[in-house]
Write a protein that binds this ligand. Structure first.
Ligand code: NAD
Ligand code: DAU
Length: 356
């Protein structure tokens, strides 16, 4: 038995594969296009491990995907592959439509054809787990209750619109064709292997480099933060015991303003890697132009996953940040390697002359 993991060389996908195999899970076939966000080094700990087969390719390549499903006969597809960065979706949405919408459609279709040909017991056990985001639900007012699974989709960015479209496709493939689809909608992840274009690793990198810590707008936007290992444990649990056709919200129960997040990161760095001049990293904070259409608040109600599956996150924001910062401090080479020429081009395009 195997599972097929798409996007397994990206941030969450790689954490998932590493944790899955460490927990004694079945062999894994990873399908990843290795975009700027995908990095085989994220799976370096598994180099030479016969339990991992890596395939370089696109989820939108129907022939490739059908061939993989036929050859490896996975008992599940866990679908992480996506274009995932909101700012890039604003700058250039095309890849988001191609991968998140068209790619997910092709993957669902290939999985359906494969599933329809399976003998009855294998078909009954087969699962397609679609990994999605809380951003599909839109933006909350300060006093609104957090998003429940029943909240309408109100996506506001090209990224969240493309993910909402993929959620709808996943839902339709269950309702129309009976493909046993599970969907998870999770809040903001942080932890090892996150590409330093996202807030937390970007702040760590810039702080250590003596650069500006760019905060969009007034810094009052709120996100719910979950340590990536908790998200991966939630995905494992949904795969194990979730009911086909259902949506499960996963979250960290840790709503914070961006300013609070950045100050927490700075305080931790002050403690473990103080600046040579003895001043605080928070002095590097700079308020910069806001993100277009910037959602004000996300919050996740994950009580369904807790009630039905007994899943809940283990880390608080403080413990998760300690682990995350320790990881980045211990992996300077990884950061150096992934922040190559193309990364610098993006930083200049996005932050211009702010020093970020
Ligand atoms: P990421 O950008 O770090 O990784 C995405 C991976 O997908 C990369 O390895 C990339 O090479 C691969 N990929 C991209 N296009 C592909 C294609 N066409 N075919 C095959 N592989 C392709 O993303 P992430 O942060 O790890 O997010 C993974 C998933 O989790 C995404 O679906 C995202 O929407 C979802 N999600 C992310 C978060 C978060 O906070 N990062 C929160 C909730 C949900
Ligand atoms: O909510 C889940 C989503 O979280 C995932 O679906 C996305 O894939 C993931 O990228 C993340 O989206 P965000 O837009 O919330 O993450 P990001 O790290 O880009 O930004 C977090 C917050 O910080 C957001 O309010 C924007 C702000 N920000 C971000 C950057 C990069 C800044 O203030 N400055 C920055 O330089």
């Amino acid at each position: 038995m195997t599972i097929l993991v798409t996007g397994g060389a990206g941030f969450i996908g790689a954490n998932f594969v590493l944790d899955w195999l460490a927990a004694g899970g079945e062999p894994v076939v990873v399908l990843d296009k290795l975009t700027y966000a995908g990095n085989l080094d994220n799976l370096a700990a598994l180099r030479g491990d016969p339990r991992l087969v890596f395939v370089h390719g696109d989820i939108g390549d129907a022939a490739l995907v059908s061939g993989l499903l036929g050859r490896h006969a996975p008992r599940a597809v866990v679908h992480f592959a996506a274009e995932s960065h909101v700012d890039r979706s604003i700058a250039d949405p095309e890849a988001f439509i191609q991968t998140n919408v068209v790619g997910t459609y092709r993957l669902l279709n290939a999985a359906l054809t494969h599933w329809q040909a399976l003998p009855r017991p294998e078909a009954a056990a087969f699962r397609f787990l679609h990994v999605s985001t809380d951003e599909v639900y839109g933006s909350l007012a300060p006093d609104d209750p957090p998003f429940a699974e029943t909240h309408p989709h109100q996506p506001n960015s090209p990224y969240s619109a493309s993910k909402a479209a993929s959620d709808h496709l996943a839902r339709a493939w269950f309702h129309t064709y009976g493909l046993p689809v599970l969907t998870t909608n999770c809040s903001n992840n942080y932890g090892p292997f996150q590409f330093p274009e996202k807030l937390i690793p970007l702040i760590v990198r810039n702080a250590l480099a003596g650069k500006t810590l760019p905060i969009y707008g007034d810094g009052g936007n709120v996100r719910d933060w979950i340590y990536v290992a908790d998200h991966c444990a939630g995905v494992r649990r949904v795969l194990e015991a979730g009911r086909p056709g259902e949506i499960y919200n996963l979250g960290g129960n840790q709503e914070k303003t961006n300013l609070d997040v950045v100050r927490t990161v700075c305080a931790r760095l002050d403690a473990v890697r103080p600046r040579a001049d003895g001043r605080g990293y928070a002095e590097q904070i700079a308020f910069v132009k806001d993100r277009a259409g910037h959602d004000r608040r996300y919050g996740i109600d994950a009580r369904k996953a807790e009630r039905e599956l007994g899943w809940r996150p283990a880390e608080s924001f403080e413990t998760g940040i300690e682990k995350t910062i320790a990881w980045y401090l211990g992996h300077a080479e990884w950061v150096e390697k992934v922040t190559s020429g193309a990364y610098r081009d993006w930083m200049t395009q996005q932050y211009g002359g702010t020093g970020a």
